[in-house]
Design a protein around this ligand. Structure first.
Ligand code: LMR
Length: 329
């Protein structure tokens, strides 16, 4: 697939990395936690293809999906240590760094991927990304995955009361914890790489995720019910290490920057389609009983979660939430 001109064909007199001119010879690692048939992997592969091609193979890009290199617990520290150059975490995993990353967990905030993209591309979204700079981390781009839906082992969820007493795995605490608390459910955050086993062993009753994550990790094998709800989202932050980035010469950085741009397009263009396909596959496999909430059932959840929404709008910042809301109008 990657028609690389061999390294030897590159007309390099510069003799290695760190030179002021010419593309630097580098090996870059991209690590993430999800499966292959996901927008994250599609984006990561597009980045690899573009950068390797445009650098005539001087830059090698290694992509590690499925928590092969690092998992949820250690990918951020390893980015800070420059053991990996790009990670693409679900923002819910960054809430400990800044409360603004709870935005994808604000119930029913964004109407679709485009609204979420517009917010993170805009001034307020970029401000939140900048808050990672204190760690030596640079936020380059937002990639959407999409709306989340609840799967569980106990019962078909149709009303807020149906969640009472359930134990739900979430991606990260804070707002998601408050949300499930409001619904009378307990919650705990478990790394994505350990989730299948946790569901199988009944450590938790359920979890919330996008169709493409549910399908590609076969959670339907270990869950009886799925409620199509779309109450929260998975949105990713493509992050790099500031020192690594600043150590690139202009020519090298331009190629990588353009690779990020291309990859962002691919990830954004493929997310909704992959979720549609995954839902079809889940229906075809027939292992989970699927309930699609009606408008009035969704309204009941919105009403129930209103206090959580208001409380967190204040915590995140009323001006930021207003800006986010404006993108769905
Ligand atoms: C999860 O942990 O459920 C997701 O955040 C995984 C991912 O990166 O999409």
């Amino acid at each position: 697939v990657f028609s690389l001109a061999a390294c030897s064909s590159a007309d390099s007199d510069s003799g290695g990395s760190g030179e002021a001119d010419g593309v630097q010879e580098l090996t870059i690692k991209i690590s993430h936690v999800v499966a292959e048939n996901t927008p994250k992997q599609h984006g990561a592969l597009a980045m690899k293809e573009y950068i390797e091609k445009e650098s005539d193979g001087k830059i090698k890009v290694q992509v590690y999906p499925n928590s092969q290199l690092f998992g949820d617990k250690d990918e951020y520290q390893n980015l800070v240590a420059n053991n990996v150059q790009f990670i693409i975490p679900d923002m819910a995993k960054l809430v400990g760094n800044d409360p603004g990353f709870n935005i994808p967990s604000m119930p029913f905030l964004f109407k679709d991927d485009e609204a979420a993209n517009a917010f993170w591309d805009g001034e307020k979204g970029q401000e939140i990304f900048k808050r990672l700079e204190k760690d030596g981390v640079l936020g380059l781009s937002m990639w959407p995955n999409g709306a989340k839906h609840i799967t569980n082992e106990k019962k078909a969820i149709k009303t807020p009361e149906d969640l009472d007493g359930m134990k739900i795995r979430t991606q990260g605490g804070q707002l998601l914890e408050a949300l499930y608390g409001d619904l009378g459910a307990g919650s705990t955050s478990i790394p994505f790489g350990e989730l299948y086993t946790a569901l199988q062993q009944g450590t938790v009753d359920g979890q919330e995720n996008t169709f493409s994550n549910i399908e590609s990790k076969k959670f339907d094998e270990v869950q009886k019910y799925m409620t199509v709800m779309g109450h929260t989202r998975v949105d990713y932050a493509l992050l790099t290490n500031t020192k690594f980035w600043d150590g690139l010469n202009d020519e090298t950085r331009k190629i990588i920057e353009k690779g990020v741009e291309e990859a962002t397009k691919v990830a954004r263009d493929s997310a909704a389609d992959l979720n549609d396909e995954a839902l079809k596959t889940l229906k075809d496999r027939g292992q989970v009983e699927i309930h699609e909430l009606s408008e009035s059932e969704i309204d009941a959840f919105k009403k129930h979660l209103e206090p959580v929404y208001s409380e967190w709008a204040e915590k995140i910042g009323a001006d930021i939430i207003k800006d986010a809301e404006s993108k769905s109008k």
